[in-house]
Design a protein around this ligand. Structure first.
Ligand code: PGA
Length: 257
C-alpha cells in the first residue's frame, strides 16, 4: 500500500516570521487532528528549515528541504549539503523540481546524482518529474516522463527505494491555474506505476507514493485525489494559506485510498 501524502512546497515565499507562524499552525493542526493515515509534509526555504523542524518536533508533520547540493562539502558558495539538512533534523528532500530543472541547471544527470546521494544519506527523496507543454502537445509526454524516471533511478535496486516518493508535475500546470484533468493525471500516474513495475516489480510499484502537483486547490482536489493511482498532492500556491492547506488535508483524508 502506498503512503497517502499531502505536501506543501512553499518555494521562495514567506518571510522568516511568516514561515514559522504558518509551520506552527499547521503543526498544531496535525497534532490535534486525526489524520486517518495521511502524512503531512511542508517544505520551507533553507533559511527556515532548522527552526521549522524544531518548532514542530513530535507534531506529526514532516519538514522537507526544497533542494540540496550534489556536493558533499567545501567551496560551493551558496549551496546547502545533505549532511547540513540532516543535521537540522530534516530527513526529506524535494529533488528535480521543474523550476530547478528549468532555471537552475538541474539537468537529468544532476538530478540523478542528487537522488543517489540523498538515498545514500538515508534521506527520503520526493522526486519530481513531468513534461513541458511542447512535450504534451507533440504527444511525447510519456516518453519524457519515462526518460526522467529511468535516468533518475538508474542503478538503484528496489530495496534502496522503499521510501521513494514521486511527484508527477506537468510543467504546464504549475502555478498557471491550469490543472491536468483528473483523467489525464490518472493516466500518467498509471503509466508511471507501470514503468516502476517494469523496472522493478509489482510490490515496488504498489508501495511507491505518486503525488500529483500543478495548481491543486480545494476546488479541484477531490476529483484528483479520488483517482486510484494518485496517492496525494505536492501543492505550491494553495499550501501558503493555512485554510486552503488544511482543507486539502481534509479532502485527502476523505478521498485518498
Ligand atoms: P502550484 O505548484 O500548486 O502552485 O502549481 C506546485 C509545485 O510546483 O510543486
Amino acid at each position: 500500500m502506498a503512503r497517502k501524502i499531502i505536501a506543501g512546497n512553499w518555494k521562495m515565499n514567506l518571510l522568516h516570521h511568516e514561515a514559522l507562524e504558518l509551520v506552527q499552525k499547521v503543526g498544531n493542526y496535525c497534532q490535534q487532528t486525526e489524520l486517518n493515515k495521511v502524512e503531512v509534509i511542508v517544505a520551507p526555504t533553507f533559511l527556515d528549515l532548522a527552526a521549522a523542524a524544531y518548532l514542530t518536533k513530535g507534531a506529526n508533520l514532516s519538514i522537507a528541504a526544497q533542494n540540496c547540493s550534489e556536493h558533499k562539502q567545501g567551496a560551493f558558495t551558496g549551496e546547502v549539503s545533505l549532511d547540513m539538512i540532516k543535521s537540522a533534523q530534516v530527513n526529506m528532500v524535494i529533488i528535480g523540481h521543474s523550476e530547478r530543472r528549468q532555471f537552475f541547471g538541474d539537468t537529468e544527470e544532476v538530478v540523478h546524482t542528487k537522488l543517489q546521494k540523498a538515498l545514500s544519506a538515508r534521506m527520503i527523496p520526493i522526486l519530481c518529474i513531468g513534461e513541458s507543454l511542447e512535450d504534451r502537445k507533440s504527444g511525447n509526454h510519456e516518453k519524457i516522463v519515462k526518460q526522467q524516471l529511468q535516468s533518475a533511478l538508474r542503478g538503484r535496486a528496489a530495496e534502496n527505494l522503499t521510501e521513494l516518493i514521486i511527484a508527477y508535475e506537468p510543467v504546464w500546470a504549475i502555478g498557471t491555474g491550469e490543472t491536468a484533468s483528473p483523467a489525464q493525471a490518472q493516466e500518467m500516474h498509471h503509466f508511471i506505476r507501470k514503468q516502476l513495475n517494469e523496472m522493478y516489480d509489482e510490490a515496488m510499484a504498489a508501495r511507491t507514493s505518486i503525488l500529483y502537483g500543478g495548481s491543486v486547490k480545494p476546488s479541484n482536489a477531490a476529483e484528483l485525489f479520488s483517482q486510484p493511482d494518485i496517492n496525494g498532492g505536492l501543492i505550491g500556491g494553495a499550501s501558503l494559506k493555512y485554510e486552503d492547506f488544511v482543507s486539502l488535508i481534509e479532502i485527502g483524508k476523505k478521498e485518498l485510498r
